[in-house]
Design a protein around this ligand. Sequence first.
Ligand SMILES: O=C(O)CCC(=O)c1ccccc1C(=O)O
Ligand SMILES: [Mg+2]
Length: 384
Amino acid sequence: MRITDATLTPLHLTLTHPLKTARGTYATRDGFLIRLRDEDGRVGQGEAMPLPEFGTEPLTMTHTVLRAWLSSLKGQSLEDSIEGIEATLAPSASEELRQRGARIRLIDPGEPVPAAQHGLELALLDLVAQRKGVPLCWLLAEEARQEVLVNALLGAEEPEALARQAREAVDEGYQTLKVKVAGRSLDEDEARVRAVREAVGPRVRLRLDANGGWSEPEANRALDRLGWYDLELVEQPTSPEDLQALWRVQRRAPCIIAADETLATPAAVRTLLTMDLGGGPAVGAVVIKPMVLGGLLPSMVVALRAAHLGMHAFVTSSIDGVVARAGAAHLASALPSGELASGLAVGRLFADEPRDHPYQPHGGLVRLRDMPGLGLNPDYLWDR
Ligand SMILES: O=C(O)CCC(=O)c1ccccc1C(=O)O
Ligand SMILES: [Mg+2]
């Protein structure tokens, strides 16, 4: 294929209510939409939506790098395959590097730029899949599922409001609910978790996300008390840097502990996947954020390695736009297990979310349609 045009469009997304996490509060999201056109007029779309607190480069860096990459891509001829793209764009990549995942490196910017890599990789994968006439997930795994379980993210602060959101989500068909905890007193968090559990009964899965907001003793105390409400898992209870603390917390926790912010750097991912303090893997699950891991292909490598070690893996967005969430849904459908819900139902948090698109969850599921690539029409989504 020949790339006849490559464009970068700023994306500015607004949340209807600021989302509070123990790491910070988000009211808006900024990034870029990448569009690559081939000689037949097909358009591949990608999205780069950096979140520096979670390990991506800052927005200005995303912009600089993508501008350079896209201008060098324009007019280039690439082979229609992942391997072909890699061979064209990174002819010097060593065999060892390739085995760690086919990563697309045009010009080495000297420092990690995972959001930019994610954006360009997604646009290329969308285009290649379209040219092959297959859904994008087929490039990742032959046995990809057609349905992806997703969790509702409950954003309210007060117990009563949380209980109301929980009931609404369950009425809509969600079977997994997620609540942000930490950054407030344990008494308050217990009241919040109890309100949700009492509102939805014992059958609904309930996961918590502390975003690294507890010290190790606080995490242990919190899990002792909150574990009573029957938790599916807790994301990042303690500081992302202290892997041994995470290991210890998992050893005595009443549920799965999922490492999330810990996966912010390639070095930490390697440590997490290789550390052996005995008694199995460091934690029960890893949260796969493609925007932080630098794309769907590197994400796939991490998820497969985690599965090999007996860890669960599930995908979440970093509160991204539709294009990135579409890619993440294809990744989730290709993971070895689809048992744990993916965090891809955040469209409802945005004020400017396109109303009608194929990745809207229904009944707690995102259903992948049999459309080439991502199946997102660039016109109806963006030129409104
Ligand atoms: O999992 C979800 O439903 C939404 C994703 C989410 O919570 C999130 C969004 C942005 C940044 C970090 C996180 C997180 O999981 O910690
Ligand atoms: Mg998390």
